[in-house]
Design a protein around this ligand. Structure first.
Ligand SMILES: [Zn+2]
Length: 181
């Protein structure tokens, strides 16, 4: 994200907060206030910062609801946890971006339950329990129909990947054995 993109978004959020302040507390809820530090510039700000806090936290919670909805939609449309992790900008942090993404957007489960997220499959239209990117799709996604095209394709792709890994491991074992000879 460039600086210009960041400023545009910052202003868009501030405008939305100011609009909500005026709608809730009246036209005088936002005033021009000096930015201080010896500068003559003024900025629009809430007349009562506590009212500002009230609207800002509700804005944060609304953004979190959007994030939750978009993650479910992304999974419903077949996007991977890795892709979601990259969009969440979690790929810079230590660990697997797919696992970090899943842990970021799901709540800590209670001790009788497993961490999971539910979404409606865009292919078979069933409600899916998604237990995250730790195992293959056949174990981690519960609820697809037997004939779900998306689920079958994901399982086939996973099996191809595992077969490739096995093949490489086989070569490694063979090479080791040759070395020992
Ligand atoms: Zn499905």
């Amino acid at each position: 994200m460039s600086d210009a993109d960041r400023y545009r978004l910052q202003w868009a959020v501030e405008r939305a907060v100011h609009e909500e302040l005026r709608a809730q507390f009246g036209k005088g809820a936002v005033v021009m206030r000096s930015i201080g530090a010896g500068l003559s510039s003024n900025m629009p700000d809430p007349v009562d910062p506590v009212q500002g806090i009230d609207v800002a936290i509700r804005t944060v919670r609304q953004a979190e609801r959007l994030l939750d909805r978009y993650v479910r939609q992304a999974r419903a449309l077949g996007r991977s946890w890795k892709q979601i992790g990259e969009a969440l900008d979690l790929d810079m942090i230590d660990g697997d971006p797919a696992e970090r993404a899943f842990e970021y957007v799901t709540a800590e489960p209670d001790r009788f339950d497993s961490r999971r997220m539910t979404w409606r499959c865009g292919s078979c239209d069933r409600l899916i329990s998604d237990y995250g990117p730790y195992t293959g799709p056949s174990d981690s996604e519960e609820g697809h129909t037997d004939s779900c095209i998306r689920h079958r394709a994901e399982i086939a792709a996973q099996e191809r990947l595992w077969a490739e890994i096995d093949e490489h491991d086989g070569e490694a074992v063979e090479n080791e054995w040759r070395c020992q000879e």
